[in-house]
Structures are given as C-alpha cells and as structure tokens.
Ligand binder design. Structure first.
Ligand code: MN
Length: 133
C-alpha cells in the first residue's frame, strides 16, 4: 500500500520538484493549484498528508488550514497532518501557520532533504528500508 499526499501550491516549479521527489519515494501525489481546489480534493480523496503553500492565489494557506481543521463535509480532516511551506518565515508566517492548525512548517526555497525528513516523520516511504509498510 502507499500513501496519498496532497500538495496545494501555485508555483509550477515547486510542484514539479516535489512531485518528482515524492513519487520517486513511492508516494502518490495529488496536485492543487489553489486553496479552493485543494479543499475539494481533501474532502473527496483519501489523503494521508497535506503540503500547504501559504501564498495562494485565492484563499491563503492559513484559511485553507482553518477550513481543513473545521470541515463540515469531512470532519476527519482535523486529524490529517499538515506541513506548511512558508516564504516569509521571518515575518511570522510560521507562527501563524501553526496557529491556523498546521503541524509543522518549512521555509522556501524547498530543501529536498528536509522535505523527505518531514514527510517521513508522518508517513513512512514505501521505498524506505526502515519503513514498516
Ligand atoms: Mn504560492
């Protein structure tokens, strides 16, 4: 079995980078280019982990996190881990992301090794030798 990861991100370069990285490790990745689309996928699909960009073209990542944590369509989303990906860690984005319901945060530019470590902290890679899957 594998894990489903949803990445909500409007930057195509980041999307491609993260998709390649996660798929190489055996994860299945769902893509959403804005917050509304991301919420719809989270409500519809069986998602194990969400990567959430904060600066999105419609509703921002804080609002997406709040709507995931208090979701009338799918209340179980309160339990899905959320990794926030912030561009302005020095401006308080990280603290605001945690306050909105995210579990941890990473700063841009995305460091692939940090991404692996963060993701595997929640859902072990199917291709990891130490994974229990
Ligand atoms: Mn963005």
């Amino acid at each position: 079995m594998g894990y489903n990861i949803l990445y909500i991100e409007d930057n195509p370069d980041n999307m491609i980078l993260v998709k390649r990285t996660l798929e190489a490790r055996g994860y299945k990745m769902f893509e959403a280019a804005n917050g509304t689309e991301g919420l719809a996928i989270a409500e519809k699909e069986d998602i194990d982990l969400i990567l959430l960009d904060i600066n999105l073209p419609d509703i921002d990542g804080y609002e997406v996190a709040r709507r995931l944590r208090s979701n009338p369509v799918k209340p179980s989303l309160i339990h899905v881990p959320i990794i926030a990906i912030t561009a302005n860690a020095l401006k308080g984005d990280a603290e605001k992301a945690l306050a909105a319901g995210c579990d941890v945060y990473m700063s841009k530019p995305i460091n692939i090794h940090e991404l692996w470590a963060r993701v595997e902290g929640f859902v072990p890679s199917p291709k990891s030798s130490t994974g229990s899957v």
